[in-house]
Design a protein around this ligand. Structure first.
Ligand code: CA
Length: 237
């Protein structure tokens, strides 16, 4: 199992340590920040799989951090848990309106924190499993049991990794998948270094499935982030 990366912003050192220690003990990797500004800055070069945002912070508050994360293409679909003080109903409501996925009320127990994080990952997890055996989109169809791909009813020979990559993209069509996510799901790497591997395989894949691979219609490049299987351009034939 590869480790999910969590960014947590919390200015109180003891709570920060409590979050980091307990989530890491449960198999997550946690990077902590003292301010929202630091977290936003880090997101320019690295994005996590989940954010935990305390609301009361020096500088910009957690709600403002949440708002900024939701406006940014790189971070807008990454789940957010906000930490609210007891009885701050207003913050909780506003946080959820701003796009937070869940909230935890302070003071919280370690057990609650871990349970909420796990539940959220279960809820938003990119689906690798699929009940149907045939996935199709436009003139591309995949038979997952036989591991065959057809374009216009013509069999296309795809090596395993290219097959898995295409499957993941099609199953999540319309969603931007970062290079890191693709690398992790297809290759099982839990480190963030070899993302060029993804680009190379996308290139091979395009040569096989696109009509014109220098002008791809199916697999779009989302600059600086990753790729998206286009759910609009292709027409069902
Ligand atoms: Ca605080």
């Amino acid at each position: 199992m590869s480790k999910e990366l969590i960014f947590a912003v919390e200015d109180e050192a003891n709570i920060q340590q409590l979050i980091k220690y307990n989530l890491e003990a449960n198999g997550y990797k946690v990077i902590t920040f003292d301010t929202g500004e630091q977290l936003i800055e880090e997101c320019k070069s690295n994005v996590p799989n989940l954010f935990i945002l305390d609301i009361m912070l020096p500088g910009i508050d957690g709600l403002e951090v949440c708002r900024q994360l939701r406006q940014n293409l790189r971070t807008k679909s990454i789940p957010v848990i906000i930490l609210t003080a007891k009885n701050e109903e207003f913050d909780k409501v506003l946080g959820l309106e701003l796009g937070a996925d869940d909230y935890i009320t302070k003071p919280f127990s370690v057990r609650e924190l871990v349970a909420r994080v796990k539940a959220l990952f279960r809820r938003v997890h990119i689906s690798l499993e699929n009940s149907s055996e045939i996935i199709s989109y436009g003139n591309i169809s995949m038979d997952c049991t036989r591991r065959e791909v057809f374009k216009d009813d013509r069999l296309i020979d795809l090596p395993l990794k290219e097959f898995e990559l295409l499957k993941l993209l099609i199953m999540n069509k319309g969603k931007v998948l970062s290079r890191e996510i693709l690398l992790e799901k297809v290759w099982g790497f839990d480190y963030y270094g070899e993302t060029r591997t993804v680009d190379v395989h996308i290139r091979y894949l395009r040569q096989k499935i696109e009509d014109d691979d220098s002008n791809p219609v199916y697999i779009e490049t989302i600059r600086g982030i990753g790729y998206r299987f286009n759910d609009k351009g292709a027409t069902n034939k």
